[in-house]
Design a protein around this ligand. Structure first.
Ligand code: ADP
Ligand code: MG
Length: 541
């Protein structure tokens, strides 16, 4: 019966909607504005109004489509400032708990709503203290949440909203009992939201048991027509994205390029960084006045800029024919906007190239876009790490020379005077450089990909996979999965050691983050597979 509801209520996403149209509190709107979001992503446009109505919702969309804000915004909007836990979000991993908590905190910036992430591996005492401060929204991993409930340090009796984020992954990780136990601790008239990239039977069953007449919202849509444009992608890490972009730009003969960013903030930051590196760039986004916009467009048409950095919204009204390159600095959130973006080049019968930068976390999203547009996006060699490193070194050298030229160093000299007697000046300078460069950018834990010592040969990372010969999997199956799911060619895969119940696989360091993100929770030939960095031999059980 519920299957029918699902079909009847599957929502087509309205193409035009704005955050203003949701009737949100002014403070929440301001916070969204500060985050640089110009308009709701498709899953947000479809989910937010329904969640605000108080209905149960199943939101199904690929990673990177903005599911966090799809529930985060209505959550912050609907909780009161009373210091009771009114909403709980369950996530499969601590990284995700931290990430979701960070996004919710930004949405709640101007509202007196507190949120706290609770997860295993962090001191429980610290978390108990945080919970005692009176928080309205708790974001946690199932195990740790249950732990707090049992200790009596977290009560869910006032919870009105429950979110199961990445439900498919939580179930794959075996959290079903914990999730059910937690749901039983919440009032039965709660609102339940479930978000998931896929919708396998286990998730369906969970929804059937614990949700009331849920509206199933999916943004995996049908046909899109794609212009014939050469499309390539480069696999990059978040932390050297900018340098990779510069390398790519340098290696292309760009007459006019449009670089797309997801947010207004992203546009501003990237323009500034490009200008600092000597590129002729300018930005376009929804916060600019018409006069500012006209000025940028004039420069663009007169070839005074080579790179125009823009959001989707800003580029929508753009009418230029000579764009030689479209670069997606972020993977767009849906096939339509991908098609829209790349359609900016190759117009009027000219050749164009569409380039997409893709991080390990975004790779699945790009694969999905590729499937839906039914066109091949060729993976190009990652710009060599040495090149990127040399670029960074060059930038530091010139920054240092600039600072020396500027002068005004006397107070700093005073700090160093005592050190010079005991240490080599080059060592001191190097140490300072190390300090300065580690504070560079805003790295998050999740995009570091430090797999530690995995007992692999130099230049390789060794992964442990929880299936072996008994699952009738062959080494070729692994190589194929790695190539298909992570876009990593067979020659980047090293030794594969298969045992009865598990397997070790070595892959080249550069490819490791992509292999990890693509396969850490996955299915190969229908078998559920879990992949994690191996432990070095000495510490292996
Ligand atoms: P998912 O949970 O679907 O994997 P996330 O919620 O993590 O996706 O969002 C992916 C990225 O997109 C995040 O960096 C987020 O800040 C950004 N984002 C989300 N919604 C929007 C929006 N409406 N406009 C621009 N960027 C957005
Ligand atoms: Mg998410």
């Amino acid at each position: 019966m519920w299957e029918e509801t699902r079909q009847a209520e599957e929502r087509k996403v309205e193409s035009m909607s704005s955050f203003e149209s949701f009737g949100l509190n002014r403070r929440v709107l301001q916070a969204i504005h500060d985050m640089g979001f110009e308009e709701p992503s498709p899953i947000q446009a479809a989910c937010i109004p329904v969640v605000l109505e108080g209905r149960d919702v199943i939101g199904q969309a690929q990673t990177g489509t903005g599911k966090t804000a799809a529930f985060g915004i209505p959550l912050v909007e609907r909780v009161s400032t009373e210091p009771r836990v009114q909403a709980i979000v369950l996530t499969p991993t601590r990284e995700l708990a931290i990430q979701v908590a960070g996004e919710i905190r930004k949405i709640a910036k101007y509202k007196r709503v507190r949120s706290v992430p609770i997860y295993g591996g962090q001191s429980i005492v610290h978390q108990i203290r945080a919970l005692k401060q009176g928080v309205q929204i708790v974001i946690g991993t199932p195990g740790r949440v249950l732990d707090h409930i049992h200790r009596g340090t977290l009560s869910l009796s006032d919870v009105r909203m429950v979110v199961l984020d990445e439900a498919d992954e939580m179930l794959d990780m075996g959290f079903i009992d914990d999730i059910e136990a937690i749901l039983r601790e919440t009032p039965s008239d709660r609102q339940t939201m479930l978000f998931s990239a896929t919708f396998p039977n286990e998730v369906k069953r969970l929804a059937l048991r614990y949700m009331r007449d849920p509206q199933h919202i999916t943004v995996n849509r049908g046909e899109v027509t794609v212009p014939q444009i050469d499309q390539v992608c480069y696999k990059v890490l978040e932390r050297n994205k900018l340098d990779s972009l510069c390398r790519i730009v340098d290696s292309e003969d760009i007459q006019l390029g449009i670089i797309f960013c997801r947010t207004k903030r992203g546009v501003d930051d990237l323009v500034e960084a490009l200008l600092a590196r000597g590129y002729l760039a300018d930005g376009l986004h929804g916060d600019l006045s018409q006069a500012q916009r006209d000025r940028v467009m004039r420069k663009f048409r007169k070839n005074e800029i080579e790179l125009l950095v823009a959001t989707d919204v800003a580029a929508r009204g753009l009418d230029v024919d000579d764009v030689t390159h479209v670069i997606n600095y972020d993977v767009p959130q849906d096939p339509e906007s991908y098609v829209h973006r790349i359609g900016r080049t190759g117009r009027a019968g000219k050749r164009g190239l569409a380039i997409t930068l893709v991080t390990p976390r975004e790779y699945k999203l790009l694969k999905q876009i590729e499937r839906e547009i039914k066109q091949k996006i060729t993976v190009r060699e990652v710009p060599s790490l040495e090149d990127v490193a040399e670029r960074q070194a060059e930038m530091w050298r010139s920054k240092i020379v600039d600072v020396i030229r500027e002068g005004g160093l006397a107070p700093y000299r005073a700090i160093l005077s005592g050190l010079v007697d005991e240490h080599d000046p080059i060592d001191i300078a190097s140490a300072l450089l190390k300090l300065a460069s580690s504070g560079d950018g805003n790295r998050t834990e999740s995009d570091e990909y430090d797999f530690g010592d995995t007992g692999a040969r130099p230049g390789m990372v060794r992964f442990f996979v929880n299936v072996g010969r008994t699952s009738r999997m062959s080494p070729q199956d692994f190589v194929r999965a790695i190539s298909e799911e992570a876009g990593v060619p067979g020659d980047a895969v090293g030794r594969i050691d298969m045992f009865e119940k598990f397997t070790f696989i070595e892959v080249e360091e550069e490819s490791a983050p992509f292999v990890y993100e693509a396969l850490r929770q996955s299915r190969i030939n229908g078998t559920r597979v879990n992949l994690e960095p191996a432990k070095p031999r000495s510490s292996r059980r």
